[in-house]
Design a binder for this molecule. Structure first.
Ligand SMILES: Nc1ncnc2c1ncn2[C@@H]1O[C@H](COP(=O)(O)OP(=O)(O)OP(=O)(O)O)[C@@H](O)[C@H]1O
Ligand SMILES: [Mg+2]
Ligand SMILES: [Zn+2]
Length: 575
């Protein structure tokens, strides 16, 4: 009968050990430097090389030309050790010899000198299986054995060992062997065995081995028997009862393309498999996509898939019907694609914000209302994209049409903020010109509507500055007077107004004048209408009570004057 691959290819030297470099390097150094202790503990996953390492270490300790990390492999000790018949290497399986009597016998053995070697080496496998009494009996010897005694304890479960044992041993942890290394090792063995294989099939075996080389080699043995000419994916997936990776690729492709038909046919064809296996395989497949950055799915989407699959697993655990869980899971994955990613959403919002007032995509209640009540305003949306990327100042250079387009954006923005305000503004304010940083418009607002515009003046001005640039001045031309002025005059007047405004306000503060000379020119700023010139009498009364100049010095009042660009300040007595 052919020897199982795992036995046939048991490592004979530290160099043969796969994926346990830190252990083999440390042990080699200890051997070469002669810094040896009397008790070692090897722990780690099943089939990861603990027993093999214990044997290599024992051989290295006993080699005639040793102790050395590279035993000669020729001397009697090496030969006997390799043949597993060295009388000074005593292996004990604690799983089947776990009682106090077994340990007493072992302790008895430690009293006698080695037969031919320099050490007597005790390898106790699965040491965590010993009974508490057996552990206690071992403690004393483990701590102070005769000089010629070495202990090598091996376990898959070091947490089950009493602390007293752990503290008396040098502990070496064996790692899970990476899939890449297992894969390479399997290829190496098949090449030596001259057996044909598909590399992807070995990948599946390595994955199923889950970090244990022995498990992987046992599966490989099985696959050799199972396959006819060569070890291929179909052989391995058939043998393991798992779904082929290509089927999963196809499924994920169907999900990505929202192809319900293909998903349904997958569900129909997957009934022969265990639902749990499909979920596990899908999870592993997605994990691979994530790690290799393959496939059309972003990490965000894959994260959602993981959660959905985790839900599926818990549904299966509570005994839900497998086919139902698979169907539900796949359609949830389909659904998960519809949710916009946070990054994407942020990018869209940022774009909208930077488009300075475009109402195009963000659907606030105001825009919704507007859209339904006023179909005729669709052109406002159209105006925003060009306006979006431009900065007010640069537009100020160009004026003309762009100024008018911006005006539409302004209207849209006002609508967005307050539907009634937007509607009032649009109805009453007509764009006239935008030149030299001055936006001129013609206002036909009267009565309540005029009051409304005045009330929201600072908001309107803020929006104007946001859209046209910070240095923009507004020239408000009452409708009846606009007919008498030309655009050139407007500009001149606006300039006058603004320069005069600053002067006036300064003067107002300084002299605490209640009312400033009214605007004699044809146009006036909106600010001016806010403060009718009818307060002379009241002002006198107020000034009796309090010095108006002091009032005007108050921070809040100053701020209000600045905010509203006020030219007249009316101080009213509290009644
Ligand atoms: N690190 C490794 N390098 C090379 N082969 C390994 C390694 N680990 C395990 N093997 C293979 O697996 C077989 C079993 O390994 P070994 O007996 O050393 O594992 P173990 O860790 O003692 O396992 P267990 O905990 O089940 O006793 C070896 O004969 C060898 O073929
Ligand atoms: Mg072992
Ligand atoms: Zn030797």
């Amino acid at each position: 009968m052919a020897l199982a691959l795992a036995r046939k290819y048991r490592p004979r030297s530290f160099d043969d050990l796969v994926g346990q470099e830190s252990v083999s390097v440390t042990l080699s150094q200890a051997l070469d430097s002669g810094r040896l202790t009397h008790a070692y503990l090897f722990s780690g996953l099943r089939g990861s090389g603990k027993t093999s390492t214990a044997r290599i270490f024992a051989k290295a300790l006993l080699c005639e030309r040793g102790p050395s990390s590279r035993p000669c492999e020729e001397c009697l000790h090496c030969t006997m050790a390799n043949e597993n018949r060295h009388m000074d290497i005593i292996e004990m399986d604690a799983a089947s010899n776990r009682g106090i009597d077994d340990i007493k016998e072992l302790i008895e053995h430690t009293r006698y000198k080695p037969g031919s070697g320099r050490f007597k080496i005790f390898i106790i496998d699965e040491v965590h299986m010993l009974t508490t009494q057996a552990f206690n009996a071992l403690l004393k010897t483990l701590e102070e054995p005769p000089d010629f005694v070495k202990f090598i304890l091996a376990t898959t479960d070091p947490l089950k060992l009493p602390a007293t044992i752990l503290s008396r041993t040098q502990h070496f942890r064996f790692k899970k062997i990476s899939r890449k290394l297992v894969h390479r090792h399997l290829e190496h063995i098949l090449n030596l065995e001259k057996i044909a294989y598909e590399s992807d099939a070995l990948e599946i075996i390595a994955r199923s081995g889950a970090g244990s080389l022995r498990d992987s080699l046992t599966l490989l043995d099985q696959a050799i028997v199972y396959s006819k000419e060569k070890i291929d994916i179909a052989t391995v997936t058939g043998m393991l009862g798992i779904i082929e990776p290509a089927a999963l690729d196809n499924l994920l492709d169907a999900i990505f393309h929202k192809d319900r038909e293909r998903i349904l046919s997958f569900i129909a064809s997957s009934t022969e498999y265990e639902a749990e296996m499909i979920i596990d395989e899908l999870t592993l497949h997605i994990k691979e996509l994530l790690l290799n950055r393959e496939g059309p799915f972003t990490p965000m989407i894959l994260d959602r898939f993981f959660r959905i699959l985790a839900d599926a697993r818990s549904l299966l655990h509570i005994g839900s019907d497998g086919e139902f869980v698979i169907s539900l899971t796949l359609f949830k994955m389909l659904e998960a694609l519809n949710i916009r990613e946070i990054d994407e959403t942020i990018a869209i919002l940022q774009k909208e914000l930077s488009s300075k007032g475009s109402p195009a995509v963000v659907t606030t209640p105001a825009t919704a209302k507007r859209a339904s009540s006023s179909a005729g305003k669709a052109d406002m949306k159209a105006s925003s994209p060009e306006a979006a990327s431009e900065d007010g100042a640069s537009i100020a250079q160009r004026g003309g049409d762009t100024g008018e387009l911006k005006f539409k954006t302004l209207i849209a923005k006002l609508y967005d903020r307050d539907y009634d305000l937007g509607s009032c503004f649009e109805k009453n304010i007509r764009f006239k010109s935008y030149e030299g940083s001055t936006l001129s418009w013609i206002s036909s607002a009267e009565g309540e509507e005029r009051k409304m515009l005045i009330k929201h003046w600072s908001l309107i001005r803020t929006f104007v500055q946001e859209i046209y640039g910070l240095s923009t001045k507004i020239s408000n031309i009452p409708a009846q007077k606009s007919a008498e002025t030309s655009p050139g005059e407007d500009k001149k007047k606006a300039d006058n107004i603004s320069s005069r405004d600053d002067g006036e306000i300064a003067r107002t503060e300084r002299l605490a004048e209640c009312e400033l000379p009214d605007n004699a020119s044809g146009s006036s700023t909106l600010e001016s209408v806010q403060f009718p010139a009818d307060c002379e009498k009241e002002e006198k009364e107020a000034s009796i009570e309090k010095e108006p100049s002091k009032l005007l010095d108050e921070a809040m009042v100053k701020e209000a004057i600045e905010l509203f660009g006020a030219k007249k300040v009316r101080i009213r007595r509290k009644s």
